[in-house]
Design a protein around this ligand. Structure first.
Ligand code: ADP
Ligand code: MG
Length: 256
């Protein structure tokens, strides 16, 4: 978050995909997961990437997260070509700039919540005292101050996902990438997790959320629909904008 706050940073895209393709050779067959995707995402946007299973959402997410490289096209992060970065730069970006949240939480089963959240800070070379402080603060921020010494199997699904979100946030990344983060949660817990994303967005984070569920996508401010490896539509979520405006109007009426 720190070095992205300079004057003018808000006017250039944080993320830019230019005509990205990704194909896989499967024996004699070629599978085209992405067939030319162009997309610009700005600081503090809240974007849902929607589409049916197999449409290319996870492939896009993995490219955005620098976990995978496109077959063709360019990916620019803060105006810099990702293809020009060496392994050390890429590892730094994955660890510090991007916070990942997965459907299956991906926590370390033997480590308690505090240590799971500390992990990215160990990789980032942050010293023990600061590491522990920051992990504690971040867990408190997601409402888990009283669960720090619990291991994943001693936590509910929603609590596990909160630990995973704290782990994604602890490095203060500029981008949060979440791939079906409510996919393994019941509806009520899913709603709680969506409320947490909402808060993170209001705190100034940039959130990119992959989902195949309309009910989850409605929380985002912008909805990008993907089908068969191409972007089908990319629109402001007007329903949401109107809801916020009417909430603000009724706030005014109450306070005025
Ligand atoms: P989604 O996340 O929208 O369900 P994916 O991005 O996972 O879709 O997959 C898009 C397409 O690419 C699918 O047809 C899938 O089978 C194929 N695909 C994804 N990953 C691989 C891979 N590693 N090898 C071969 N095909 C893949
Ligand atoms: Mg997927």
């Amino acid at each position: 978050m720190s070095d992205g706050q300079e004057v003018g940073a808000g006017t250039a895209p944080l993320i830019e995909l230019r005509d990205i393709t990704r194909s896989y050779q499967m024996g004699s067959e070629m599978i085209y997961a992405l067939r030319g995707v162009s997309l610009a995402i700005y600081r503090n946007e809240y974007v849902a990437i929607m589409g049916p299973s197999g449409s290319g959402k996870s492939t896009m997410m993995n490219i955005l997260g620098c976990l995978d490289t496109p077959s063709s096209g360019d990916y620019l992060l803060r105006g810099q070509y990702v293809s020009d970065m060496d392994d050390a730069e890429l590892a730094g970006i994955r660890n510090k700039e991007i916070g990942f949240v997965f459907q299956t939480f991906n926590l370390m089963p033997r480590l308690d919540a505090l240590r799971n959240v500390e992990l990215p800070l160990i990789y980032a070379g942050v010293g023990m005292g600061e590491r522990r402080d920051r992990a504690r603060q971040t867990l408190a921020h997601v409402g888990l101050e009283d669960r720090m010494t619990h291991r994943p199997n001693e936590l509910s699904g929603g609590q596990r996902q909160r630990v995973a979100i704290a782990r994604a946030l602890v490095t203060r990344p500029s981008i949060i990438l979440a791939d079906e983060p409510t996919g393994n949660l019941d509806t009520r817990t899913g709603v709680e997790i969506m409320r947490l994303f909402e808060e993170l967005w209001r705190d100034g984070n940039t959130i990119i959320l992959v989902t195949h569920e309309e009910d989850i996508a409605r929380h985002a401010a912008r909805i990008v629909r993907v089908r068969d490896g191409v972007i089908e539509s990319d629109e402001e979520n007007l329903e949401r904008t109107m809801l916020i405006e009417s909430a603000e109007r009724s706030d005014d009426e109450v306070s005025g």
